[in-house]
Design a protein around this ligand. Sequence first.
Ligand code: ADE
Length: 299
Amino acid sequence: MRIQILTIFPELFGPFLATSLVGRAIEKGLLEVRVLDLRDFTEDRHRSVDDEPYGGGGGMVMTAPPWLKAVRAAAEADSRGEIRPWRILLSPQGSRLDEAKVRELAERGAERGLILMCGRYEAIDERVRRTVVDEEVSIGDYVLSGGELPAMVLVEAISRQVPGVVKLAGSVEQDSFRAGLLDHPHYTRPPVVEGMAVPEVLTSGDHAAIRRWREREALRATREKRPDLLEQALEQALEQAPEQARRQVRLTPEQRRELERLERERCEPAEAGLHSDSEIENNGGNVPQAGSASLRGES
Ligand code: ADE
């Protein structure tokens, strides 16, 4: 996949593109990233890219001509016949980035390449947006000083979707949000950390029990940390809206039963046999194990 980045701070990208997963993807030729300096497309001696806003007011506005020239040059460099790269302006006004959007952009990128436009200053001249931008993308509802960090976020998230970049295909499949649910907790050596032991089931060698534990813990984590995701998932599962369900989660009947059980636990902890927070703490952070009261009848 080819990604071109337009910025007035190309030096920000050096270490990012040379390091870790993105660095390796570039080294292996799975990803090609080209960083272009917007100032190379200016025509004045000072290589200026901004000016005062018409109508007055504070802040400077990025001028249109360097942007138009730069985006067109980048598009020409990576056009495949009639198909030109998808042009994305990073902006707090864009549609909010989530996992579904990342996958959509990864598909577009694979088909036609991407151009990422990093704005700075107060704004970019509106005529840039109207002529050479296909889509505005925001990484969240807060304002940064420029689009460079958002562009890095996008490059890293998209590169994880490029086949071969993440070693185990399963880890992308299991990433938090992949199925609309958060990930289950993970443990590694040593077996005991400050009195907290690894849940027994994970060292039992019983793969079916481990899978059930992970599904249950993914639901539990989602319910506790992001109940909004679960609500969305349930609504969609109930409505069976195929188009949206494809982008979000489809709970399996087993997951739905598990969720109902978790809900019962929450409403009637004693009856359902759920350990209280302090009990869980005393239990070294372990969750109830197969065979404990709360899981009986499950396996
Ligand atoms: N530029 C400034 N803030 C931004 C944000 N939140 N997302 C994307 N681009 C931005």
